[in-house]
Design a protein around this ligand. Structure first.
Ligand SMILES: NC(=O)C1=CN([C@@H]2O[C@H](COP(=O)(O)OP(=O)(O)OC[C@H]3O[C@@H](n4cnc5c(N)ncnc54)[C@H](O)[C@@H]3O)[C@@H](O)[C@H]2O)[C@@H](O)CC1
Ligand SMILES: Nc1ncnc2c1ncn2[C@@H]1O[C@H](COP(=O)(O)OP(=O)(O)O)[C@@H](O)[C@H]1O
Ligand SMILES: [Mg+2]
Length: 283
């Protein structure tokens, strides 16, 4: 069994980079969030807002046409590109070079979306995180995994992980299969759960923040936004994954004494992110 390293405040401080006082939005990173479909534009709203609220200079969301007004009204600071198709993504196109892309929350697995994602993956050469339906599409088209750039971040919950690596019988077997997958495909796996493990080849980190309040719709979409933001701000993939998971959990830990567990939603996770970042900035 591999040794597990605990990722705590000391580890987070060692990786955290304060924002330089002479920076500007043009060098704070431009992230692209590819998310949403009819009925799940909320996933795009949450992930793009979390991305912006984690320090990214510019955030653009690529969404189906039906999400335009919802997204612009919910997140006025986020720019949007829309697909030509109304209810789902059919062709991912944009006119700038993103520093990082977060792809998958709420996009569904319609055939035209699958084709669009596979085409995008075959051409994408920037830092990339794949979540949710992006992972489900990958699992249904395993050949395309060869086209992923080294250190692409995958953020599966348990069910999505099973679709990617197959079933397991014990927790040890699950961990070993995830490690083998990470080694074979040279990807970083954020194995979401309670607790979350970040797997980079044979190295496994266990996160030390987070609580049951995160068991609520959209909290994974928020995590996608946070990690993509850190990637765009020039954190390397492993540091972005580790710090993102830590801050996401910490935000919920800070929130819960004030909100309670039942009341807490994914939007609260975003609202308390500032206080989570402050615990690193103040030291
Ligand atoms: N407001 C929105 O627009 C929202 C959109 N969402 C999107 O909806 C799509 C479907 O996501 P789902 O994750 O619900 O669908 P999935 O079918 O991928 O996963 C749901 C299944 O996985 C199981 N599962 C999830 N986490 C688990 C865990 N930790 N341990 C064991 N089993 C677990 C559930 O019990 C259920 O059977 C995704 O694209 C997602 O991003 C969700 O994030 C919810 C909010
Ligand atoms: N009981 C729990 N304790 C700690 N973290 C949790 C718990 N339940 C869920 N989470 C976290 O919440 C997030 C849920 O992600 P996900 O299942 O993708 O949600 P969604 O797809 O609804 O956005 C993950 O980061 C997971 O680790
Ligand atoms: Mg999810």
């Amino acid at each position: 069994m591999n040794t597990i390293k605990f990722f705590d405040r000391k580890e987070a401080l060692a990786r955290y980079k304060p924002v330089p006082c002479d920076t500007h939005k043009g060098i704070q990173g431009h992230a692209l969030i590819v998310a949403g479909s009819y009925g799940k534009i909320g996933a795009a709203v949450l992930s793009s807002r979390a991305c912006l609220k984690s320090g990214c200079g510019l955030v653009t969301a690529f969404i189906p046409k039906c999400g335009y007004q919802i997204l612009q009204a919910s997140n006025p600071e986020v720019m949007t590109y829309t697909d030509d198709v109304e209810k789902q993504i059919s062709d991912i196109h944009f006119m700038f070079k993103p520093d990082a892309v977060g792809l998958g929350p709420g996009i569904g697995t319609a055939m035209q979306t699958q084709k669009a994602v596979l085409k995008f993956l075959s051409k994408c050469n920037c830092k990339l995180l794949i979540d949710a339906d992006g992972l489900n599409i990958l699992a249904e088209n395993m050949d395309s995994i060869c086209s992923l750039k080294e250190n692409t971040i995958l953020t599966p919950h348990q069910k999505e992980l099973e679709r990617l690596i197959g079933e397991w019988e014990t927790e040890d077997e699950k961990m070993q299969k995830a490690i083998d997958f990470s080694l074979q495909h040279k990807v970083i796996i954020v194995m979401k759960g309670a607790p979350t493990h970040v797997i980079s080849g044979a190295t496994v980190y266990q996160n030390t923040t987070g609580n049951a309040a995160l068991a609520t719709a959209g909290s994974g979409d928020v995590l996608t936004g946070i990690i993509t933001s850190l990637l765009a701000q020039s954190y390397d993939a492993l540091d972005a994954a580790l710090l993102g998971v830590y801050l996401h959990g910490l935000s919920a830990d800070i929130a819960v004494p004030e909100t309670g567990t039942h009341f807490f939603t994914a939007s609260d996770c975003i609202d308390y992110l500032g206080k989570a970042f402050l615990t690193l900035e103040k030291s």
